[in-house]
Design a protein around this ligand. Structure first.
Ligand SMILES: Nc1ncnc2c1ncn2[C@@H]1O[C@H](COP(=O)(O)OP(=O)(O)O)[C@@H](O)[C@H]1O
Ligand SMILES: [Mg+2]
Length: 271
């Protein structure tokens, strides 16, 4: 049963009410319409997947949620309020964190230092406060470091905490990016193809971590993923995009049996 209050999943997790609602979103880049009049919602505690062929508009949609793009039309509702156009750092301050389709880490810096940068949006003491009130800034630094170490333990990357990111294999870089997003303690986590380019074992690890983040911290997760098997295993509900339009929305089973979705994946021509 899905109602305003939420529902209980087959594996016994409780999904709450709507936290994020996209209403009739249209996003254009010059003549290119990346998103055409799409509406969907994300519920508290849910793992919500966005899938679709290349160029469907999935990353654009995640970029709208994260405040990186402001759509020309439509409304974004977050926790019961209409969200005005915002800068990404303002969205981050509302408890939304993300990872990127193309890894965006500081390659020359260590894992620990990269993870620490995820705390920057949360820092209370600005430069001025740091100068006149050293104690507060120092306390914050200690807290930030403790949090970073906790997340590093959680994602099982202790052994590489002092390693420069440039020296890591791809799969581990993806995990470091997840760590950096987690250290801001987001209530909504956005993952753009967290498993792209990974081998089977790395995908299994990443799936396990995504499930634990959701389960242990209660983090709501919206993720883009290509591997249908992974999507079907991980997600509670799936939005399917094709050529900027929404062509399906529902449980993995509902979406899998949707003829428009089957056609899109088989590459059947559209009119
Ligand atoms: N910054 C941009 N400038 C111009 N066109 C863009 C930009 N970002 C995305 N697009 C276009 O929007 C469409 C959707 O892209 P994208 O959201 O990246 O799709 P997906 O993530 O599903 O592969 C594509 O046609 C792409 O070329
Ligand atoms: Mg993309």
């Amino acid at each position: 049963m899905k109602d305003a209050e939420g529902y209980v999943t087959e594996d016994g997790r409780t999904i709450g009410g709507v936290v994020m609602e996209m209403r009739n979103i249209t996003l254009r880049f010059g003549g290119v319409v990346a998103i055409k009049d799409i509406s969907f919602d994300i519920r508290e505690g849910e793992i919500r997947a966005i899938i679709g062929p290349n160029g469907a508009g999935k990353s654009s949609m995640l970029n709208v949620i994260s405040g990186f793009y402001n759509p020309q039309e439509g409304e974004v509702w977050y926790r019961g309020s209409l969200r005005p156009p915002m800068k990404p750092y303002q969205v981050a301050q509302q408890g939304i964190a993300r990872t990127f389709q193309n890894i965006a880490l500081f390659e020359g810096m260590t894992v620990l230092d990269n993870v620490m940068t995820g705390r920057l949006t949360q820092m209370k003491a600005g430069m001025f406060a740091q100068a006149i009130w050293k104690g507060k800034a120092e306390r914050e630094e200690v807290e930030n470091r403790e949090l970073a170490e906790q997340v590093i333990d959680f994602l099982e990357i202790q052994s590489i905490r002092k390693t420069p990111v440039a020296r890591l294999p791809y799969g581990l870089k993806k995990r470091v990016e997840l760590a950096r997003a987690l250290v801001s303690q987001p209530s909504l986590l956005l993952l753009d193809e967290p498993m792209a380019g990974m081998n089977v074992e790395e995908k299994e690890d990443m799936s396990r971590f995504i499930l634990s983040v959701n389960d242990e911290f209660g983090t709501t997760i919206a993720l883009i993923e290509h591997d249908m098997g992974v999507v079907m295993d991980l997600s509670d509900r799936v939005v399917v995009m094709d050529y900027g339009k929404k062509i399906g929305d529902g449980t993995p089973d509902e979406v899998r049996n949707n003829q428009d979705v089957i056609d899109a994946y088989l590459g059947v021509a559209h009119d």
